[in-house]
Ligand binder design. Structure first.
Ligand SMILES: *Cc1c(COP(=O)(O)O)cnc(C)c1O
Length: 223
């Protein structure tokens, strides 16, 4: 397993699409992240707050830290001072807490709203109806210390590429319709559609992903 050649291969594949790569480094030790950093990677994704803050402390300050996992409201305060992008926002209450902590840190925190596009019940995220509701909620307009940069979604874990394609396609359509309807709002600036992981990032890119989150295809399987 050669991490460097894995990264080069993936960067070559995503280059024609002009998409960004987030290296999903969860469970991997600091030394391995440092190695990847030295190859030029600056965007890392973690799904646990504790692990994220430990790594942030020990690694160079020019890293963009992406919180890609489910985020509990009581933990927002720990990452608010430095987090680059929160991918998994799935409630207005969480958004209000991020806004509150953003204010304390004197920052505008960039967020993606997670949409439930998969068949599995276990994946978090807004339904389409809930998502539309957020943008039309008066409370949303009051949030000055967050900025919604776009949407994030995870497809069903299946061998069925047609199904995955359909799910990503529907997320892209939703992204475009919200962008068209709500770009006038000050805290909305759609430019990121975060979809695609190791198993499905090629399909996601074909369906319009602008940011892929890749872990095991870079670092090897997690144990
Ligand atoms: C772990 C994880 C990934 C990366 O998964 P791989 O299959 O290892 O590429 C991407 N997105 C989220 C939200 C994750 O939790």
């Amino acid at each position: 397993m050669n991490i460097k050649s894995n990264i080069e291969k993936i960067l070559n594949e995503i280059k024609p699409y002009n998409a960004a790569l987030v290296a999903v480094s969860k469970t991997k030790p600091i030394q391995v992240l440092k190695e990847v950093y030295d190859f030029g990677i600056r965007d890392f994704g973690e799904n646990k707050v504790q692990e994220l803050i430990e790594k942030e402390e020990k690694l160079p300050k020019d890293i963009n830290w992406h919180m890609i996992g489910h985020l509990q409201r009581n933990k927002v305060k720990y990452i608010a001072p430095f987090v680059y992008l929160i991918h998994g926002v799935d409630s207005l209450k969480l958004l209000q807490e991020i806004n509150k902590q953003g204010k304390k840190s004197n920052r505008i925190i960039k967020c993606l709203l997670q949409v439930h596009i998969a068949e599995e019940e276990t994946k978090f995220g807004f339904s389409r109806e809930e998502l539309t509701g957020i943008f039309n909620d008066a409370k949303f307009n009051e949030l000055k210390n967050i900025q919604i940069k776009g949407l994030m979604g995870m497809a069903t874990f299946t061998e069925n590429a047609d199904q995955v394609r359909k799910e990503f396609k529907s997320l892209k359509e939703l992204y475009q319709s919200i962008k068209a309807l709500h770009s006038d709002k000050e805290n909305v600036d759609f430019e990121i559609l975060s979809m695609g992981m190791s198993g499905d990032f090629r399909i996601a890119l074909d369906q319009g992903s602008t940011m892929v989150r890749v872990g095991s295809s870079i670092f090897g399987e997690r144990v």
